[in-house]
Write a protein that binds this ligand. Structure first.
Ligand code: 5GP
Length: 198
């Protein structure tokens, strides 16, 4: 009986109406972005960097968890991992830009090179708030990497240096992204069947 590793995925199969980004595409893209990031930060945060000069990755919980852990392992430069949890006031499928911190960073980022690791940029309101909040803490540099972006949904233009995939303006799940806390464990990005919302 070797069903255990795929059981959850099979159970989800009938809930997914289409696969937008496959597991392999995610893996390939992460390797590409990691190479680019490593090249960009090699001087400031190279292999011989120390505790104070390592690149700081800030993952936004919970959606960015899968991307953050795979991305950190793909990077050939030393990194330190930080997490923030924020809640955006709004409906279940759209944010308002009014954000509350549920979990703050464990460490000071003043003088540090910081890369925010996002799962998805939809309106950009949450990220815009986060950028302003983190910029006020005086990092040496502050950039953003996001796995997904919905160009047609953007309401505020936030400078995003590294983008994995531009996707249509549809609600997606998988690879960290949930619907009512489910589907985060899917290894790919997909859309849900209408029956799931019913
Ligand atoms: P924004 O402030 O850019 O509109 O929204 C950002 C947050 O909304 C994301 O970090 C994510 O948690 C959630 N979100 C936006 N679009 C989607 C989506 O298509 N699927 C899921 N599961 N969450 C989304």
């Amino acid at each position: 009986m070797d069903r255990a590793p795929t059981r959850g995925r099979r159970l989800y199969d009938e809930d997914i109406s289409s696969v937008l980004v496959t597991e392999e595409q995610v893996r390939t893209k992460i390797a590409e972005i990691a190479e680019q990031v490593a090249a960009d930060y090699s001087e400031q945060c190279g292999e011989r960097s120390g505790r104070e000069t390592d690149l700081v990755l800030i993952g936004v919980l919970k959606g960015a968890v899968m991307f953050m852990t795979d991305f950190a392992r793909a990077l050939p430069v030393p990194v330190q991992l930080e997490f923030m949890a924020v809640s955006s006031y709004g409906s279940s499928t759209s944010s308002s830009g009014v954000v509350r911190i549920l979990k703050d960073l464990d460490r000071d980022i003043a003088g540090r090179h910081v890369l925010i690791v996002e799962d998805i940029i939809d309106s950009g309101l949450t990220l815009n708030w986060l950028m302003n909040n983190l910029q006020a803490r005086s990092p040496a540099s502050l950039e953003v990497v996001t796995l997904l972006r919905k160009p047609d949904a953007i309401k505020v233009d936030v400078p995003v240096k590294y983008v994995g995939f531009d996707i249509p303006n549809e609600f997606v799940v998988g690879y960290g992204l949930d619907y009512a806390e489910r589907y985060r464990d899917l290894p790919y990005i997909g859309t849900l069947s209408p029956t799931v919302y019913a």
